[in-house]
Design a protein around this ligand. Structure first.
Ligand SMILES: Nc1ncnc2c1ncn2[C@@H]1O[C@H](COP(=O)(O)OP(=O)(O)OP(=O)(O)O)[C@@H](O)[C@H]1O
Length: 281
């Protein structure tokens, strides 16, 4: 059964559609990346899926229930969310912040130790949030989002503004959670992140999904009809796939001049730019 099912969702703000007609589904256990330029409606969709906004049209279900029920306490227990504005109490310590979530979800005391270990902040638990680096804050927010071991996790740009070491730490944690069964829905501007982490991605642009599939599938679909040839004398060529090119390659081969021959595969970033005509912001 799908953990998330979105059918023809449209969201209008004033006289403008943020989402025009969006449909997709996410099976249990997937890490799904939602990619799109700034302002393309990624956060709006997360808000619809977590009952912070109602769609103008269409319907969505999450964890087998209508998305509109996601703020009810039984459903709230089943998902976690990390967004830009996941509020932390600045003057409280890491531990005190987590204590509020522990009580909210009626969890045992041990859940705090466990999650602190998970985000590698056990040694910093007594530090006040306003004294933390960005990377540490992000890890505290992640800890708040996962302390109740949710079945489904929404992450809105989980590693934006983090250095590679902190990002790598978060990726490791997310993979581990996913292996234990958590389905993950994340938005990101970071194509390398999407490629290394996600089972499937969707590219959102102009209110619609322009492409959906595994990074590997999308790369295959958008493979350019170009071969790259490196010759043993150091020369390199990118040639169109034509009969003439095949004859030329056969000739080079006969003369033992070919060092390397490869089709040119686009990166996810190339595909994104192809689809949206814009660089990621
Ligand atoms: N409450 C609102 N009222 C009016 N317009 C809104 C509201 N929320 C979002 N929008 C508009 O909807 C569009 C989509 O915004 P959204 O925040 O979902 O984009 P995003 O893809 O998450 O962007 P970013 O990557 O920059 O976070 C934008 O044009 C935004 O200005």
């Amino acid at each position: 059964m799908a953990v998330i099912q979105v059918e023809h969702v449209r969201k209008r703000f004033g006289n403008k559609d943020a989402l025009e007609d969006v449909s997709f589904s996410i099976p249990k256990g997937e890490i799904f990346g939602f990619l799109g330029p700034s302002g393309s409606g990624k956060t709006t969709l997360i808000k619809i899926l977590t009952a912070q906004l109602n769609p103008t049209d269409g319907q969505a279900s999450v964890l087998g229930q209508p998305a509109t029920t996601m703020q009810q306490s039984a459903q709230k227990m089943r998902f976690g969310i990390l967004t830009d504005n996941s509020g932390l109490y600045e003057r409280l310590t890491i531990e005190e912040n987590l204590e509020l979530f522990r009580q909210l979800y009626s969890l045992p005391k041990s859940s705090i130790d466990k999650v602190l270990q998970f985000v590698n902040l056990s040694g910093e638990r007594k530090k006040k949030v306003n004294r933390l680096s960005k990377g540490m804050r992000q890890r505290v927010m992640l800890a708040c989002a996962i302390i109740h071991e949710p079945e489904l996790l929404f992450l809105d740009e989980p590693t934006s503004a983090l250095d590679p070491v902190n990002s790598a730490h978060i990726y490791k944690g997310l993979r581990y959670l996913n292996e234990k069964g958590t389905t993950i829905f994340l938005t990101t501007h970071d194509m390398a992140e999407a490629e290394s982490l996600c089972d499937r991605v969707a590219i959102l642009y102009q209110g619609q999904i322009q492409a959906i599939g595994s990074p590997k599938e999308l790369k295959k679909q958008h493979r350019e009809n170009v071969v790259r040839v490196d010759l043993t004398n150091g020369e390199a060529y990118e040639l169109p796939v034509t009969e003439g090119t095949a004859d030329q390659i056969a000739d080079w081969m006969k003369r033992g001049l070919i060092d390397r021959l490869a089709t040119k595969e686009p990166s996810l970033g190339d595909i994104f730019i192809q689809m949206t005509g814009s660089e990621l912001l």
